[in-house]
Ligand binder design. Structure first.
Ligand SMILES: Nc1ncnc2c1ncn2[C@@H]1O[C@H](COP(=O)(O)OP(=O)(O)OP(=O)(O)O)[C@@H](O)[C@H]1O
Length: 356
């Protein structure tokens, strides 16, 4: 459907701008708009990928209320395409299609899981996806309207779950290049993340937490309690920056931060910066359940690096394996379950332009 020059579509395999141009004669005739001062500017093509089920359905409800405001703020200068996801991984396909069709920006509307899928859609077969229009010099930017349960990535930038603030950022259209983490495993497939990848207890807790999203941020507490059940610290082998293997005994959790927060506001990698070309790796060793109770406030406010059995280092690549090889050490990235060790994590500096 087209409303006043704004395409609103929800489709399985979108053909974003072709569809809009064929249905909107004024745009197909002239893809530029006049600014009134004589200057002519090309309309930006923006694709909003909305997870209607995010935050237990709140994302979908908020989005419906937001759309009229979005049209009023952006509809004059931009072609707006809305695409609702139909299930897990759909956002990856929509993003790839949008980039190939030359979108100026793909905006993830939802939580960290939706952002994660959109980021993965920026890549295909180990390479960045490019527009099919060989004459176009522009690249597609990544935008975010944080409307999830945790929305942890947004916290690093100090962004709240306020969609109106996010729309103002898109109106200004200022970009900054951010790093992306790439994870490779046994199968050889690459997987990408922008926030935090983590291993063992926190990843197991995240795996369980995802089942309780209907309880809001309480899901992380329930997930942690379930994760603790039967948990054993593990000896892990680590190779940093292509160096020598080192053994870290009794690892409770190993967190690889491109940004600072995970688990609904825990400042786990407080020195991570999404555009400094490095990860911050924080390793918790030999923690007992009561250590989490005693030190939880430090984990939330990011002052845990001085605690005994916590270490931090800045790296551009890290490989992690089990010493024992049980195959049961959980790995997650951006709060999404990824599988089990072994895995290799590398930084791709300045890989994506983000609307900030
Ligand atoms: N239409 C859909 N139905 C069911 N699940 C979906 C749908 N679209 C996307 N998903 C899945 O929902 C998962 C969670 O979404 P999202 O991250 O937006 O919300 P959240 O989990 O509430 O927030 P956060 O990750 O910030 O805690 C995503 O990993 C995605 O795979």
């Amino acid at each position: 459907m087209v409303f006043y020059g704004i395409a609103v579509v929800a489709m399985a395999s979108p053909s974003f701008f072709r569809a809009e141009l064929s249905m909107t004669p004024d745009l197909s005739a002239d893809p530029t708009i006049s600014r009134g001062n004589g200057a002519s500017t090309r309309r930006r093509d923006l694709v909003f990928i909305v997870n209607p089920k995010g935050a237990n359905g709140r994302t979908g409800r908020e989005w419906k209320k937001l759309l009229p405001y979005l049209r009023s703020r952006l509809g004059t200068d931009c072609n707006i395409c809305e695409s609702l996801t139909s299930g897990p991984s759909h956002a990856i396909d929509i993003t790839r299609e949008a980039i190939r069709e030359g979108a100026d920006a793909v905006v993830a509307v939802g939580g960290d899981g939706t952002l994660h899928e959109v980021v993965n859609g920026f890549f295909w077969g180990g390479k960045p996806v490019a527009t099919q229009d060989l004459k176009a010099s522009r690249t597609t930017a990544l935008g975010l309207i944080p409307l999830g349960t945790g929305s942890d990535f947004a916290r690093t930038f100090g962004w709240k779950n306020d969609p109106h603030d996010a729309i103002e950022r898109i109106v200004k259209g200022l970009g900054s290049r951010i790093d992306v983490g790439v994870i490779s495993g046994v199968g050889g497939d690459s997987h990408y993340f922008v926030n935090v990848a983590d291993i063992h207890l926190s990843a197991k807790a995240g795996y369980y937490a995802s089942r309780y999203k209907k309880f809001g941020n309480l899901c992380y507490v329930i997930g942690a309690l379930q994760g603790f059940y039967g948990h054993c610290n593990q000896d892990l082998k680590i190779k940093v920056n292509e160096g020598e293997w080192e053994v870290y005994p009794q690892v409770t959790a190993l967190c690889i931060g491109n940004a600072k927060f995970f688990g609904g506001g825990m400042k786990i990698t407080p020195n991570a910066e999404p555009s400094n070309g490095n990860f911050e790796v924080v390793i918790l060793q030999d923690f007992k359940w009561y250590d989490f109770i005693l030190k939880l406030h430090k984990l939330y406010n990011g002052t845990h690096l001085s605690v005994r059995n916590v270490s931090s280092r800045s790296v551009h690549s890290i490989e992690v394996e089990e010493v024992a090889g049980s195959g049961s050490v959980y790995v997650q990235s951006d709060g999404e379950h990824l599988g089990f060790l072994p895995r290799k994590f590398c930084i791709l500096p300045a890989a994506i332009e983000m609307i900030c």
